[in-house]
Design a protein around this ligand. Structure first.
Ligand SMILES: Cc1cc2nc3c(=O)[nH]c(=O)nc-3n(C[C@H](O)[C@H](O)[C@H](O)COP(=O)(O)O)c2cc1C
Length: 191
């Protein structure tokens, strides 16, 4: 079965550690047989969510584009930094916009419900940003998304990659690739 995975990072930083980690898991999913679409949230026009703005102007183009992308994919692969013990506002803002009613009146939350999702995080700290995963998992649960148990938190991430963007620790590389492959397998079984 053809499984399409949308890969998102919660960081817009040019040299993002989470973006690099996402790439490794995405390759694992690709090698397992998935189609993967990596997207940078910073490329989408997404003002800070405001209910008055939505009532007056409708959804911004970036929100509509993200809703369409989510609709066209079977699963989500998300890598997020930890900011002050939580996940990033960039990611929460995107989720809030995606969850809003679509132009045709159908609920945005219906796009997210039932989507299989895998989580990753990377941080220069010792805990690898694991608290960001705890925070986003609660939100994804509430939305009815199915977060798989396979996950990875990369600690001391600023020292973890080689010049080619591979993980120096080959066991970690195998585990991160395995998260992408597990996402593909789970989505295939549920599809
Ligand atoms: C506002 C802010 C808060 C942060 N809070 C945490 C934190 O609570 N835990 C942590 O491990 N790292 C924290 N960091 C450091 C980030 O993990 C680090 O900047 C990381 O490189 C961000 O991910 P990125 O490289 O994908 O952009 C924080 C960084 C910023 C800018």
């Amino acid at each position: 079965m053809n499984i399409r995975i949308l890969a998102l990072s919660g960081s817009s930083r040019r040299d993002s550690l989470n973006w690099k980690l996402l790439g490794i898991a995405a390759r694992g999913a690709l090698n397992a047989g998935a189609e993967v679409t990596p997207v940078r949230l910073a490329d989408f026009e997404l003002p800070l969510y405001d209910q008055d703005l939505e009532a007056e102007q409708g959804l911004p183009d970036g929100a509509k584009a993200l809703q369409t992308l989510v609709a066209r994919h079977d699963a989500l692969l998300i890598a997020t930094p930890e900011y002050n013990g939580g996940y990033t506002a960039l990611l929460k803002n995107a989720i809030d916009w995606i969850s809003r009613p679509r132009e045709d009146g159908s609920p945005g939350v219906a796009l997210l419900a039932g989507k299989v999702t895998a989580l990753l995080s990377a941080s220069p700290g010792q805990l690898g940003g694991i608290r960001s995963q705890t925070g986003i998992r609660a939100v994804l649960d509430k939305l009815g998304m199915l977060v798989i148990p396979e996950a990875f938190a990369l600690s001391i991430a600023h020292e973890a990659f080689d010049a080619e963007g591979q993980l120096k620790d080959k066991n970690a590389e195998r585990l991160v690739s395995g998260v992408g492959a597990a996402l593909y397998r789970t989505a295939s079984r549920l599809g």
